[in-house]
Write a protein that binds this ligand. Structure first.
Ligand SMILES: [Fe+2]
Ligand SMILES: [Fe+2]
Length: 444
């Protein structure tokens, strides 16, 4: 299958090329600017994959224009949702760069390729792998071969399984070798290992904007899975772990909450996600400035906030006119079952994370109390003292964010001091007062 990939992200390119080659037998031509894209899009191309943005422009729209001009009917797969053509008719849209399995599954479905087709395909005994892909792997996962001559099918083993790979790869790279070979039955192993390494690399190189994007995709992905089955699985644990650490790196890299909000708006982040990330930011500030706060508390709170409203996402998705949790309670639109979910979303999420391996200690209790109710059902009207201190931090931080965002909705510029004074009227008990005091030196 002939595939054109329009992308300016080198790590993603490597990742996609190897996986498409191995799992759906695609030859991928990568293009990174409009001119080469125009040249590449011929009638022989069977699938076009494009990132939603290339060099900050709407790449999806660019592809579609070229297709229209050339009257091409090629199937189009869009990666990421930041293009105007996302989710429009005839455009298969996938979330950002996180999930390779989903990519392969989607393509297989589009072209009716089954796992059986792939397994029984006639492949040469020695399977070609771009040497660049192998350069990310330290130890050889299988025997590695070099093709001896251009014309004849003769291969020599250059590295044994389990031995160090990097030195040899570097040497052949310098000699201009572009392809090495592996036994054909090892190709899935090598692809998975290489993907893992590239994913790690992708996360190292992530800019705050990319991190925000990845976290949001992860957020949606988990919410989606939970709506099918409200139980944690291994994939979720993995995704949430990298999301929570990405959130932490984002909030630590912005000096002011205003710049955080700016990035979130520029990324067209959804409201529910925006309020979670901003609440994490404020909680972090409180913990850093309160006498008993520790690094461990900050991590726990980031974890809790990632999940705290997860079960509300399907409800928000169904009723995009609602933004705040109180909108979800005080309305006549939701049916009884949905209201029930709204009322018990704290308890449901708490029960779900309880089964997480290596859950931060006590995170489930804090999550359960995030609306001030010990049992995790309902919303407190009077805030009491009998909940955990970290739950209080979250409650105050979330209220701070809600007040600030609501005033933004109304188009009024509220100062931080005004927000803080509203908080003081709302939370009168001593333990809350101490938490609110830490906001005095917050940079707005
Ligand atoms: Fe919330
Ligand atoms: Fe909530």
């Amino acid at each position: 299958m002939k595939v054109v990939l329009y992308s300016d992200n080198e790590v993603i390119n490597d990742l996609y090329v190897i996986n498409l080659q191995i799992f759906v037998d695609a030859q991928v031509l990568v293009v990174s600017n409009v001119d080469s894209l125009k040249e590449a899009l011929t009638s022989e191309v069977e699938l076009i994959i494009t990132l939603s943005q290339v060099e900050g422009r709407d790449a999806g729209a660019e592809v579609q224009t070229i297709m229209k001009d050339g009257s091409l009917q090629t199937p189009l797969l869009l990666i990421g949702e930041k293009s105007s053509i996302a989710h429009t008719h005839g455009v298969e849209t996938l979330p950002g760069n996180l999930n390779l399995q989903l990519l392969i599954r989607t393509i297989a479905k589009m072209f009716n390729i089954t796992a059986k087709d792939m397994a029984f395909k006639d492949l040469p005994d020695f399977y070609p792998i771009p040497i660049k892909i192998l350069s990310n792997i330290d130890t050889a996962p299988c025997d590695i071969y070099l093709k001896m001559t251009r014309t004849k099918e003769e291969y020599a083993k250059i590295v044994d399984v389990g031995r160090s790979l990097s030195v040899k790869v570097k040497m052949y790279l310098q000699r201009g070798v572009e392809t090495l070979y592996i036994p054909k039955d090892q190709r899935a192993v090598v692809a998975n290992l290489a993907s893992q390494r590239l994913n790690e690399k992708l996360q190292e190189k992530m800019t705050p904007d990319m991190a925000i994007d990845v976290v949001e995709q992860g957020f949606e992905l988990i919410a989606e899975e939970l709506s099918q089955n409200p139980q944690a699985n291994e994939e979720m644990v993995k995704i949430s772990k990298s999301c929570v650490s990405a959130v932490s790196s984002v909030i630590n890299s912005v000096p002011k909450i205003k710049s955080l909000l700016q990035s979130l708006l520029e990324n067209k982040s959804r409201f529910i996600y925006m309020h979670s990330v901003m609440t994490t930011y404020i909680s972090n500030h409180i913990i850093k400035n309160i006498s008993w706060g520790s690094e461990e508390h900050a991590e726990k709170v980031a974890f809790v906030l990632f999940f705290h409203d997860m079960f509300l996402i399907p409800v928000y998705n169904k009723y995009p006119e609602f933004k705040y949790e109180e909108d979800l309670i005080f309305n006549q639109v939701l049916d009884d079952k949905e209201k029930e979910i709204v009322l018990s979303h704290a308890r449901m999420a708490s029960e779900m994370i309880r089964n997480f391996p290596r859950m931060p200690m006590g995170a489930d209790a804090i999550l359960q109390q995030h609306h001030g109710m010990n049992g995790g059902v309902g919303f407190a009207l009077e805030y009491q003292d009998d909940i955990s201190p970290l739950a209080k931090v979250i409650i105050v931080a979330e209220e701070f964010v809600n007040i600030a965002l609501k005033s933004k909705d109304e188009g009024t510029a509220i100062t931080k001091d005004q927000v803080v004074s509203q908080l003081r009227t709302r939370f009168t008990r001593h333990t809350y007062k101490k938490i609110i005091d830490t906001l005095d030196n917050l940079q707005f």
